[in-house]
Design a protein around this ligand. Sequence first.
Ligand code: DHE
Length: 548
Amino acid sequence: DGPAAAYEPSMTTLGQLQVEIPGRKPDDPVMTQEEFQRGTQIYFERCAGCHGVLRKGATGKPLTTDITRENGYDYLHSFITYGSPAGMPNWGTSGEMTEEDVDLMARYLLLEPPAPPEFGMPEMRNTWKVLVEPADRPTEKMNDIDIDNLMSVTLRDSGQIALIDGGTYEIHAVIDTGYAVHISRLSASGRYLFVIGRDALINMIDLWMETPATVAQLKIGSEARSVETSKFEGWEDKYVVAGSYWPPQYVIMDGETLEPLKVVSTRGNIYDEQTYHPEPRVASIVASHYNPEFIINVKETGKILLVDYTDLKNLKTVEIEAERFLHDGGFDSTKRYFLVAANARGKVAVVDTKEDKLTALIETGGATPHPGRGANFTHPDFGPVWATSHLGDETVALIGTDPEGHADHAWKMVQSFYALGGGSLFIKTHPESDHLYVDAPLNPDAEISSSVAVFKISDMKADVEPEFTTLPIGEWAGIPEGQPRVVQPEFNKEGTEIWFSVWNAKDKESAIVVVDDKTLELKTVIKDPRLITPTGKFNVYNTRNDVY
Ligand code: DHE
């Protein structure tokens, strides 16, 4: 007996509630402390993004121990080795995990997941650094960079971003950031660039400095994907907001210094079942142009939060019941409506950011819509539409977005057609372009994952399957080694050139391929030893103004 006995695995009674004290069960696989640590590390780096830290599932299936123990070691081992067509990577056969690691992970998944530590205001403030105080920053632009046409390019595995000139292709700066920056966003004025690493570190970069550099930093958790700034008139450059996967929360910060001002947990009940979820992660965030609000998408509970930032002490939030597994999305061409994929549900939710309510929930007809920010164009028969491609199949879905001029088509899927293949992540066009570009970086076929499909918008017709041209972007990059994937098209400011990342392994050459949008011919290939694993690219003007 004695105090230690209280920590033995057993059942205890809290009032009427029977709770199990966490601990090892008799049939758990034997694993050393070092192995468990390594498993936790690998899980966090490779698996948590899709399956969740607590393994409740989202883009990936749930991996809670009731399920993993039912399936057993051999099943897990072969799943991790060979992957699945639904999107699980083939970690074993691709060589990304050793046989030892595959064995370790199959055993690790039979054990209860550890909950990582919380990360609240004190922890955040400990990481907060103002490297250049606002008073010491330039009062005017100190360089001759055409900032509006700058591209902020994620160098995923080197933990950096590159600032590349959209006109001259010159690399103006390579800046150290958090690990695997996910997105770049701009302050409303265009002066400050914000990037967020997968490790939840935010860098605030001043583009007015002679050589743009980080002026403030803050870590908001242990895993994150999204950052955004206040855009409403009168609130330009005032606030920054970022959302994290772990802990599940969002943080509002001062727009000049990144000082954390308000931390709000997103834990709560799932919108339809109304049962508690311990890990509702924050996916995409955009800033409303119609109200002083942030639009915050909470994945697992399926809620879209419209957070009014005018009074942080008396925070007002509209909570919209949308659909579970909200992920990525963007505005329609008028910027009034926000469209977000509930990816594992095969739907797109539409929010009216003027009236602050749900407009529609639309099935996209395909498996796992994955729009990035989507693509807006005027279809010859349907009028203004917003497009998404799919991770799980080769289809592209078009949704009508003009309730006034084309009421019959508004908020309906008006057309679905085939692109190159499944494994698409991003789709893009520009108001000045007559082309729609669709990538397929996660397709298992190397030829498809290194190519891009291009559709001519003015040739599209209702009920006619549109033809597409295939651009062999990977081949154009002329990279001798590896199996680079072509990912995320992004336009320059004028809408005349489109950039593609040719994303190779960390120790191999990567590149950015620039294509002339009118002729669809190769314009240039940007190569540089510093361009390690380029993925996302964000044109300052287009990102700042939500042009896509
Ligand atoms: Fe992303 C956008 C989450 C894997 C490159 N990605 C987003 C957004 C979210 C997200 C929530 C929307 C942010 C916003 O708009 O505010 N991404 C996730 C994941 O959870 C997932 C599936 C797994 C993970 O472990 O991270 C994942 N993403 C990837 C990749 O593997 C990609 C291809 C390469 C990488 O850098 O890791 C990748 N995600 C991107 C890019 C965007 C993005 C380039 C922005 C696209 C845009 O045009 O806006």
